[in-house]
Design a protein around this ligand. Structure first.
Ligand code: AMP
Length: 467
């Protein structure tokens, strides 16, 4: 049966009213598939990214099940990797559960536990928590787990990336075994599969769209850039354009995020139009920054991957990857911030020669090749400082070694020349046996070889047989 309205699910009036008030007219594909299964008490493994409506897909049946306020101990637990996501899910509970009278509470770190404990003591029906804070409060004896009948793991892949497995295992040990489990993940790979085997019982897998779907919806482009300084110049050029109205700039590290922020706030964007969020920023600063960005008062949000997790903002005009995430699935999460809810989005990636390795892995995940465009002519290309150049070459050696442990590296070639003849010969021999073609050091735009010329349509030969 085709489901075209929420009325077709056996949800109660309180929930249907809330759904109508939120303006949801038609269930999204993940909701169409998950809601009946979940209402039927099945364990569900949902492969869905943010933006698909996955939160309501698990919340509606869950709220239906716990129905009304009862007793003191929670009857459902939702675990999510970050406080931002926990807060966002909790907000969705407030909205969807508006007419149910259910008591719910968000548990996350970064703030003292006092208020959370006080609320727990008054009685709650549903908890939304990060695994760490949940365990902390459990150990303090503040959480009674015996009535938990439903467990949701949201963004399970991210929780594993962030090293939450030990806490999740502890939680599984302290909650009743007879329960319904729902596991949601943006990506599906070996680890998520193993986790679901460990923790779900005869689950039904629902996968709304192949992983590449967000990637297909968003227009993506790569600019090959020789160095950090030129990345900054390119950023300056792009952000100054009118179309860049609501932009998230992603950076791998806190330091880079801070540097980008400082540069833009000094030169390009009015200070009240730009914010930066990362793990070192206080909870309130992060919340304020996200609210201001959501409300449209802020043009540019600079963020690290963890800090940006779960940001739900409609109409992000551009996502800029100042660098590439080392957890490749994060690329999908990053670009998923734009192109949401049928808005066309654009994702722009800045790529140095040392990042080419990562982009190849990402392209395999999203099952497409990201087009490359020449740098706009007005962007100043600066010369790569010696240290930065060396660091990139070292990184490339590392990458080659990862793929081929025998590889001794172009970077080491020079050093070998200064070694005693016997040693140099043995290195040369090993190279002959196992190494790939050494890196060319001719000066291209990347100062790293002809295959990286800016704007050139040329792609490195090694990319050919990848797919
Ligand atoms: P999620 O994938 O759960 O992060 O949801 C993404 C966004 O879609 C949220 O802003 C929801 O409020 C919204 N949403 C969820 N379900 C629907 C629906 N059936 N119709 C329209 N919007 C929805």
């Amino acid at each position: 049966m085709e489901i075209t309205s929420f009325e077709q699910f056996e949800l109660n009036r309180q929930l249907l009213n809330a759904v109508a008030e939120l303006g949801y007219t038609e269930p999204t594909p993940i909701q169409q598939q998950t809601i009946p299964l979940s209402l039927g008490n099945h364990d569900v493994l949902g492969i869905a990214q943010t933006g698909t409506g996955k939160t309501a897909a698990y919340l509606l049946p869950l709220l239906m099940k716990i129905k009304y306020a009862q007793g003191l101990a929670p009857r459902a637990l939702i675990l999510a990797p970050t406080r931002e996501l926990v807060m966002q899910i909790n907000e969705a509970v407030s909205e969807l559960g508006k007419y149910t009278g259910l008591r719910h509470l968000a548990l996350y770190g970064g703030l003292g536990p006092k208020t959370q404990i006080e609320t727990l003591r008054k009685g709650v029906d549903l908890l939304v928590a990060t695994p760490g804070r949940f365990m902390d409060l459990y150990r303090l004896g503040e959480i009674v787990t015996k009535d938990i009948r439903t467990l949701v793991l949201d963004e399970a892949d991210k929780m594993m990336d962030m090293g939450f497995m030990p806490q999740i295992r502890s939680i599984l040990e302290i909650i009743p075994t007879k329960r319904q489990n729902l596991l949601f993940s943006a990506t599906f790979g070996g680890r998520v599969e193993r986790l679901s085997a460990e923790f779900l019982e005869a689950p039904v897998k629902v996968e709304v769209t192949p992983q590449a779907s967000t990637a297909e919806m968003v227009s993506q482009v790569i600019y090959e850039v020789p160095n950090f300084r030129t990345k900054i110049n390119l950023l300056d050029y792009l952000i100054s354009k009118d179309a860049f109205q609501r932009v998230i700039i992603f950076a791998r590290t806190k330091t880079t995020a801070e540097n980008i922020y400082k540069f833009l706030a000094r030169k390009v964007v009015e200070t009240d139009k730009i914010r930066v969020i990362h793990a070192n920023k206080g909870q309130n600063t992060r919340i304020n920054a996200m609210d201001a960005f959501k409300e449209g008062n802020v043009q540019v949000l600079v963020a690290t991957d963890v800090a940006a997790r779960g940001i739900d903002v409609a109409e992000v005009s551009h996502v800029i990857n100042f660098d590439l995430p080392l957890i490749y699935e994060d690329y999908v999460h990053r670009i998923g911030r734009t192109g949401r809810a049928n808005h066309a989005g654009a994702a722009i990636t800045f790529l140095t020669m040392a990042e080419d390795y990562h982009v190849q892995k990402i392209e395999r995940i999203i099952r497409m090749t990201i087009p490359r465009e020449p740098l706009p002519t007005n962007v100043e290309v600066t010369e790569t400082p010696f240290d930065e150049q060396q660091a990139m070459l070292r990184e490339i050696d590392e990458q080659r070694r990862k793929d081929n442990p025998e590889f001794l590296g172009a970077f080491h070639e020079k050093k070998a020349k200064n070694l005693p003849p016997g040693k140099a010969r043995s290195i040369a021999k090993a190279k002959e046996a196992g190494a790939k073609k050494p890196l060319s050091r001719t000066s291209g735009a990347h100062s790293g070889g002809a295959s990286h010329k800016i704007g050139g349509a040329k792609r490195s030969g090694s990319r050919g047989g990848r797919r």
